[in-house]
Write a protein that binds this ligand. Sequence first.
Ligand code: SF4
Ligand code: SF4
Length: 104
Amino acid sequence: MTLSLSPVHDFDCQSCGACCAYSAEWPRFSLETDEELERIPADHVAADLGGMRCENDRCTALEGTLGKFVACKVYAVRPIVCRTCMPGDDECLMARERLFGAAA
Ligand code: SF4
Ligand code: SF4
């Protein structure tokens, strides 16, 4: 019997973090309410108030080491785009490929 696992189920976000370090244009706010935005710590919000603050494409709320162990410091109040990105979807694959190479 050949055991084949779908790559989708192999993706472990806590040992990745690629989508959180893909582009400063990625973790932007969209349909969040004012109340939701107010819950995001101000020091992690971009100067233009339009998204998460990033340094060199990496969201400042991401702690840890990319590809090893990462965590989102604002997980409970993270923006919508962060909630809708799913392991294995197109954005995930694009981010992983850019950070870890085509075999990621
Ligand atoms: S969604 Fe994909 S790119 Fe983002 S942390 Fe999870 S596995 Fe990595
Ligand atoms: S808010 Fe959290 S989940 Fe969203 S990009 Fe930043 S570190 Fe990643």
